[in-house]
Design a protein around this ligand. Structure first.
Ligand SMILES: Cc1cc2nc3c(=O)[nH]c(=O)nc-3n(C[C@H](O)[C@H](O)[C@H](O)COP(=O)(O)O)c2cc1C
Ligand code: SF4
Length: 499
């Protein structure tokens, strides 16, 4: 095997920024948190004997870890990941369950794939758009304000505020972007939605475009999701054939079209300004803000960037009405959230819950015996130990305890977790994925990783590095990376550093 010996951002700066540029046509083996815990290193070793193979951080099949994505696009999961001729596993859907009065975002997925378009139309996809084309952009914006919808990409930003700001921004040309980067190891619902319910993503994007006055849309799909990108490309063709996209959407004077842009292997390109740089063909570095994308986004034009799950929620909110949507969650966190449960749970899959559901109820449903903690929301999220399992899943209540829901990926951390290894792996991920734009993150992640390998006690140095990263990093990557590591270190100091 050719082991990628690429280091952190500083090393990558001397070469191409995008990891995929260095590794074309090779099998990718997942080394995300879930696969790591399920024996990814064994798969990497086994595949090394079969030829070239490259470890990547998350392929989006965390419910079936470990996972390999073959060069020809086939996916092999579980025991099959290490075999030379694995059977196809790509078509299999994760188990989809609900802890909510009514499932919304996963309802169709649970019934099977909603592509081709005939199936999507039968299930009611694309039926909200014509109604709101007749009612006008303000009807969409007003209903979204009433719904209290907050973006599902991690920050929980109010969707209506973003859309109104873009609608009000000056500019002849505007863009809307669906963020399908889903880099968080542990999350896979966006992959499932793009791959198995692509028309719902497109309808949400079209409603957004009509509301803000955009005529062009992009779905940015991470390079590790080739099947999702292909499903969306097929769906776009079908929607054009049905006049749901194109110069006269549904026979009106609203023109809107969409294209898919494939990512090339960078976690930070999920951050909206790095994503826009990537789409423009530049290095995927985070931009200084302000200005925000709603006023100066893609090619300097007003742009809305929304997460895939957020966009799939939009037609559901508009067709049900804001009141019905609010009834599914809490006052401050309306609606539902699709949580992803990794293979470490007895019942992995996707569990859609109403906001306000207790984490303990989620874990009981998932089967969490023998689990000491859960990694919630990926590397920028939180490690949640049992004393916090009675908290309701709501942005405000979690924030009061310093917990981040992120995109809702849950990875089971068993009682025998090697916590020192956990910290080292997380720092290795951080130094490799840092975009390098600001020094605290670029140098801090690299130095913290090295300090963990050197003899001596790194505790004081780590504390100082984490403090600097948290307070002086340019984006949430550097600001949030220290959080889960500090809570693990606080809990397991002796196991990590010795007595
Ligand atoms: C390092 C980093 C990675 C991110 N990755 C993603 C991602 O993969 N998908 C996503 O939707 N948002 C991601 N975000 C958040 C986006 O910047 C942005 O807030 C989001 O796409 C907005 O959509 P929403 O309002 O619907 O949540 C990331 C943020 C950071 C700082
Ligand atoms: S914190 Fe700085 S270096 Fe790290 S990803 Fe964000 S902008 Fe890039």
């Amino acid at each position: 095997m050719t082991e990628p010996v690429r280091g952190g951002a500083a090393e990558r700066a001397a070469d191409s920024f995008f990891e995929d540029a260095h590794w074309e046509g090779v099998t990718r083996v997942c080394r995300g948190t879930s696969c790591q815990l399920a024996g990814a290193e064994g798969v990497i070793e086994a595949r090394a004997t079969l030829g070239d193979c490259r470890p990547v951080h998350c392929l989006g099949y965390c419910d079936r870890s470990p996972v390999a994505l073959l060069a020809d696009g086939r996916v092999a999961t579980g025991d099959r990941a290490a075999r030379a001729e694995p059977e196809l596993a790509d078509a299999a859907l994760p188990d989809v369950r609900w802890l909510t009065k009514e499932p919304v975002v996963t309802a169709r997925v649970a019934m099977g794939c909603h592509s081709p378009i005939t199936r999507a139309l039968d299930a009611g996809v694309w039926s909200t758009l014509p109604q709101f084309l007749a009612r006008g952009p303000e009807a969409i914006l007003a209903e979204l304000v009433r719904s209290g919808e907050r973006g599902r990409g991690g920050a929980g930003f109010a969707t209506a505020v973003k859309w109104r700001a873009c609608a009000a921004a000056e500019g002849e040309e505007k863009f809307v972007v669906a963020n399908g980067d889903e880099g968080d190891p542990g999350s896979f619902v966006d992959r499932v939605l793009m791959q198995h319910d692509p028309h719902a993503v497109l309808e949400g994007l079209a409603l957004c475009a009509f509301a803000v006055g955009a005529r062009s849309g992009i779905v940015y799909v991470r390079g590790e999701y080739p099947a999702a990108a292909a499903a969306l490309e097929r769906a776009i063709e079908e929607a054009r054939d049905h006049e749901l996209l194109g110069p006269a959407v549904c026979g009106t004077d609203f023109g809107f079209d969409v294209r898919v842009v494939r990512g090339r292997g960078s976690y930070v390109c999920g951050e909206e300004t790095a994503l826009l740089n990537c789409v423009e063909g530049r290095r995927g570095e985070v931009r200084l803000r302000p200005p925000y994308p709603v006023t100066r986004g893609l090619h300097g034009r007003p742009t809305v960037v929304n997460n895939v799950e957020t966009l799939v929620n939009v037609p559901a909110i508009l067709s049900r009405g804001a009141g019905a949507w609010r009834a599914l969650g809490t006052r401050a966190s309306p609606g539902t959230k699709a949580l992803c449960l990794n293979a470490g749970f007895a019942r992995p899959g996707i569990l859609e819950v109403g906001f306000g559901t207790r984490l303990r109820d989620v874990l009981e449903d998932a089967g969490a015996e023998g689990i000491e903690a859960v990694l919630m929301g990926g590397p920028l999220g939180s490690v949640v130990f049992e004393e916090d399992w009675d908290l309701p899943l709501c942005y405000a209540e979690l924030a009061e305890r310093g917990i981040h829901l992120g995109h809702g990926g849950l990875v089971a951390l068993p009682a025998d977790t090697d916590w020192r290894e956990f910290v080292i792996r997380a720092l290795d991920f951080a130094r490799r994925e840092s975009c390098g734009r600001c020094a605290p993150c670029r140098l801090g992640t690299e130095r913290a990783f090295q300090a963990m390998q050197e003899p001596g006690d790194p505790r004081e140095e780590l504390e100082a590095i984490f403090e600097a990263m948290r307070h002086t990093s340019l984006c949430a990557f550097g600001q949030l990376i220290p959080g889960p590591l500090e809570s693990v270190i606080q809990r397991h100091e002796t196991r990590i550093f010795g007595p």
